[in-house]
Design a protein around this ligand. Sequence first.
Ligand code: NAD
Length: 275
Amino acid sequence: PPAPTIALNNDVVIPQVGFGVWQVPEDQTAKIVRTAIDAGYRSIDTATAYRNEAGVGEGIRSSEIAREDLFVTTKLQNSDQGRSATLRAFDRSMDQLGFDYLDLYLIHWPLPQLDKYIETWRAIEELYNDGKVRAIGVSNFQIPHLRRLMSETQIVPAVNQIELHPQLQQGSLREFHAANGIVTEAWSPLAQGSLFSDGTIGALASKYGKTAAQIMLRWHVQLGNVVIPKSVTPSRIAENIGVFDFELADDDMTVIAELDRGERTGPDPDTFNLA
Ligand code: NAD
């Protein structure tokens, strides 16, 4: 069965578990997206930088599920920040995907050194006001970036998609999001595999009769995070959405809370400036 949904700040709803396609090769993307939809996923997370938007569109069109029953996210790549580049990049993404509207458009990275995210966001606000995208958000924004965005522009981001997993629990950002009605979306929700042999997670997996991946994803779900795990293995794709038939006890949520080490697997958004 499809995952439950969470309401964004404009009442559009997003499925709490979606399917991420970073590093899925373009020539496999359509097939893998179709596999995920057949397994119950109703949300797909891609990005221009992943070079597989066309495969996402093709996989969706090959499925039995209507476009309006799916939630599609793509992201503005770093080299397209700025007003006119953003407007052009959005059109290119829509051509690649082959859709006439998008569900969620994100600024992929803030690139504070480039200092164009305000101008870029204003262009994304135009796309939203023109009805081309149902919700708009950001990715990898830190609190100061969000504060500046909210003080200099009109629309509060619906989502901030950030690296978040038991080793990097992002307490202050999650609190800031909650206080401002921004949904927290976790990328690398499984810490890219680095916690599969962790003893604490393993013990919980045995206790609940679930896999390590399911324990971590269930932890996210109970915190209220949206998650977008990635796998190209059909059994794991199905496993990762099978987290709605059990519940972690409060003390087990606490046990996972204690794994926080503030350790990133990906780049630091304050210094990442790759165009
Ligand atoms: P992830 O945490 O989802 O881990 C994926 C890895 O775990 C893969 O190598 C996969 O082989 C393995 N795996 C997945 N399910 C498993 C299971 N049930 N059992 C055993 N192994 C399993 O990492 P990710 O792919 O980096 O992140 C997920 C998605 O987040 C990406 O596909 C992408 O859509 C998004 N993302 C966004 C950003 C961003 O900057 N906004 C950055 C990275 C990723």
